[in-house]
Design a protein. Sequence first.
Lengths: 291, 228
Amino acid sequence: MCGIVGLFLKDRTLEPQLGSLLAGMLAVMTDRGPDSAGFAVYGHGETGRIKLTVRGANLTDLASALGPDVHGTLRDSHLVLSVPAVQEDRVRGWLATERPDVVVIGAGKRIELYKEVGLPAAVSARFGLDGMAGTHGIGHTRMATESAVTTDGAHPFSTGADQCLVHNGSLSNHRSLRRMLEPKGISFATDNDSEVAAGYLSWKLREGATLAQALEAGLDDLDGFFTFVVGTENGFAVLRDPIACKPAIMAETDRYVAFGSEYRALVGLPGIEDARVFEPEPARVYAWERN
Amino acid sequence: MQVVDLAEVSRRDLNGRLHKLAPDTNETHWRVENPKGQHALVAGLNAPITVEIAGHAGYYCAGMNQQATVRIEGNAGVGVAENMMSGTVHVLGDVSQSAGATAHGGLLIVDGNASARCGISMKGIDIVVKGSIGPMSAFMAQSGALVVLGDAGDALGDSIYEARLYVRGSVRSLGADCIEKDMRAEHREQLRQLLDAAGATDVSVDGFKRYGSARTLYNFHVDNAAAY
């Protein structure tokens, strides 16, 4: 069992509240996943720069060691590096050789990604999710069944620029998919089945598919139980397996689209009383894109 | 009327108060405010009372109900009225998966749509859904009736026993051993009664089709030996 929440804003005036709304949703889903939690927030990017979210210990001086063009925002065990896009390869190379102890868990123009072991409310508080602004965000609370309770095993997973995926369920053909994807240049940091689903979508998107097309293809190629919520730089999508093994409920108003594993997660959202509340159908892709 | 505000009282306290009601209680009308999707609301009732839920309910609302009338003024989550024995549960909105699962009796009315597995393993409950139902509904349904004014999803009535399914709209596909059957006078009469009980007095029984078991999976058949 796991819990998923997602919030995609249509009304820009809600953007300063994205983090606090998402934190509230995440805390309610503690019952479904008390082991660890994580979230991705799509904030505002800067032209010509990318963000690298780095996780590890001893991060205080890391940004300054990368030179004057790199700025860092430290949040507990995570550091978000703002890097000139042209210097991404240099920074990644430097990290690989000089700081092999840290891992880059997310990269893109706008995505920031945080995850840790612990109760969801505690994880949110450690990173200050309450105070984060953005256009959309996705969160996950994990109750581990197939692999250990580690930060590496926590969601979301990001395998491409500004892409992330959270998953409730389990995949049975992830080993063979991994063998198919690795020669195509999709690399994985963990042994987790959900990361393979993220990598699969990254591969499809790289080949030119839209987010909706990539998920449609996943219905044929991914074997197992899944409810996915996926984020891209400007998109937000939901897909459930053909027998809808895992729960999902959505709410849409003029101001936002929200996803929760259970309706309880949505009750704190503004105007929820008048929202269109619906259960996504099995094997049907739901996707939203902002301009 | 007894009003319980779940913003102030815990769900356990509410259920505990309702469980203690004597069969001849005078407190026959209850209203539950701020349900906010909590699970197991008013489960396990066994008294001739009416309970109104003022909003959306979570999982297993009114599960195991006996005698009571429960009215949910919103949507209900997974397993509403599961294993109901008697009484009535009326949902004004939509319901999630496994509505009325394994229920032995009573009437479940859904004004909106029901998602997958509606009436799974039903054992005597009557269910009336005024919208449509999702896939795999009435799976292994044993007895009782499922009435659907809208459409039915894939694999309706898979491995069904003796439940009767009445669908007015389209059926995307029938499950194993489920077939369309004749609407005889007794079926029209039963359907009329169920529609009236659900307040759909203006809905004609014409246009409904009946589905039920072909009864080919009841007993071991030597031709199926390879499947075991």
